[in-house]
Design a binder for this molecule. Structure first.
Ligand code: COA
Length: 335
C-alpha cells in the first residue's frame, strides 16, 4: 500500500477554509496528474502544499491556441489562516523547483497558478511574484438550482418576455438558428475571429494551424443530433456564434466545480459591427434555455480578464468568477 501523502491533509484543510469563501469550489483531486516533486511548507494550520503538473500541448492541437505550448501548473493548498505567507513560501519553493528544470526559460513556456477567484488574500502575493491574472473560469448556476434568495425590498428587475429571446424572433433581419454539420467552416471562421480578438489580452495566440484545429473542433461540436451550437445571421450572413459542450463532453472541466452536471460554453463571438444590439444576448439566452431544460446544474466558460466586453457581458448573464488563471512567462520568470 502506498504511504499516505502528507499533502493530502493540507488539501483537506484548505478545502474546508475555501468552502466558507465559495461553496461552488470542488473538493481536492488526489488523482490530478503531477510530477511527484513534494512541495510543502509550514505545518498544521499554517501549512501550505502544492503539486506541479508538467504539461505539453499536442503538436497541431487547438490547445496551442488557448495558451502556452509548455505549461507548469501549480495546484496550491493553503490551510490558513495566513494565506499570503503560506502562498508566498510555496511560490518561492516552486520557483526553485522550476529553476532546476530544463527549458523553463524558453519562449512558449508558462508558469500557471489557477487560484480561487474569491480567495482574495492570495492576490497581492501572486502579483508580487510576477504573475498576471489573465483568464477567469466563470460559473452560472441554473435558476432552479439556486438557493432561495433573502427577501429584498427592491422589486425584481424587469426581464424581456421569453418570446422575445427565442431564435427566429423578428429583429430587423436578424435570425438565430441552430448550427448544422455543414456550418463547420463558418463556425471555424467565426471562432478564428474570436481567437484573433482575444489574442490582444495576453494568453491566447493564433498559430499557423489554428484554423485547421478549429475546423476539426467544429466537426466534433456539430456531430450528432441537436448540437449545442447556434449561429446569428443578418440577411443570411453569419454574424455571431455560440458553441458549447454538453456535460458528456465537458468532463475535462467538470471537476473544477462542485455542482453537477456541468456544461461548458466554448466559443462566443459577435461580429464588431453587430455588437451592442442584443445579438450576443439572444445567443446566450437560447443556450441557457436549452441547457436549463436539459437539467444542467451549472454552466462554465472562460473569459479573458482584460477583454473589456467580457466581464460586464457575462456578469449580466449570470456568470461570476470561480477560478482565476495567473500566469508568468516564461515559466522561470516567477519572482
Ligand atoms: C461579448 C460579445 C459576444 C457580446 O455580444 P453583443 O452582441 O455585443 O451582446 P449584446 O448586444 O447582447 O450585449 C452587449 C452589451 O454591451 C453594450 N454595448 C453598447 N454598445 C456596445 C458596443 N458598441 N459594442 C459592444 N457592446 C456594446 C450593450 O448595450 C450590452 O449591454 P447590456 O447587457 O448592459 O445591455 C461581443 O462583444 C464579442 O463578440 N466580443 C468579442 C469576443 C468576445 O469577447 N467573446 C467572448 C469571449 S468569452
Amino acid at each position: 500500500m502506498a504511504a499516505p501523502d502528507p499533502a493530502d491533509g493540507v488539501f483537506a484543510l484548505a478545502e474546508r477554509r475555501l468552502l466558507r469563501t465559495d461553496p461552488l469550489l470542488p473538493g481536492p483531486r488526489p488523482d490530478a496528474p503531477h510530477c511527484g516533486t513534494p512541495l510543502g511548507v509550514g505545518h498544521e494550520a499554517s501549512a501550505a502544499a502544492g503539486r506541479c503538473e508538467h504539461w505539453a500541448a499536442e503538436p497541431g492541437s487547438l490547445d496551442l491556441s488557448w495558451g502556452a505550448a509548455r505549461r507548469f501548473q501549480l495546484s496550491a493548498a493553503i490551510a490558513g489562516p495566513d494565506v499570503a505567507a503560506g502562498l508566498g513560501q510555496l511560490l518561492t519553493q516552486w520557483r526553485d523547483h522550476l529553476a532546476a528544470l530544463q527549458g523553463t526559460g524558453d519562449e512558449g513556456t508558462a508558469a500557471i497558478v489557477t487560484w480561487p477567484s474569491r480567495d482574495a488574500d492570495g492576490v497581492l502575493t501572486l502579483l508580487r511574484h510576477g504573475f498576471d491574472p489573465l483568464e477567469v473560469l466563470a460559473a452560472r448556476v441554473a435558476p432552479r438550482r439556486r438557493t432561495a434568495q433573502p427577501p429584498t425590498s427592491q422589486p425584481p428587475t424587469s426581464q424581456p418576455p421569453i418570446s422575445q429571446l427565442r431564435p427566429g424572433t423578428p429583429d430587423g433581419s436578424l435570425r438565430v438558428r441552430r448550427a448544422r454539420p455543414r456550418d463547420a467552416d463558418v463556425l471555424a471562421r467565426l471562432a478564428l475571429e474570436l481567437i484573433r480578438f482575444d489574442s490582444r489580452f495576453g494568453a491566447i495566440n493564433e498559430r499557423p494551424d489554428t484554423l485547421a484545429a478549429l475546423r476539426r473542433e467544429a466537426d466534433g461540436l456539430l456531430a450528432g443530433p441537436q448540437p449545442w451550437a447556434w449561429l446569428a445571421e443578418r440577411d443570411g450572413e453569419p454574424v455571431g456564434l455560440l458553441a458549447a459542450q454538453r456535460p458528456e463532453a465537458a468532463h475535462w472541466i467538470a471537476p473544477m466545480v462542485r455542482m453537477a452536471p456541468a456544461a461548458y460554453l466554448m466559443l462566443m463571438f459577435v461580429h464588431p459591427a453587430e455588437r451592442g444590439g442584443g445579438t450576443g444576448g439572444r445567443l446566450v439566452s437560447e443556450f441557457h434555455r436549452v441547457a436549463d431544460a436539459a437539467g444542467v446544474a451549472v454552466t462554465l466558460l472562460h473569459y479573458e480578464q482584460l477583454n473589456p466586453f467580457s466581464v460586464p457581458f457575462w456578469s449580466r448573464h449570470g456568470y461570476r468568477p470561480l477560478w482565476t488563471t495567473w500566469q508568468a512567462t516564461p515559466a522561470s520568470a516567477i519572482g
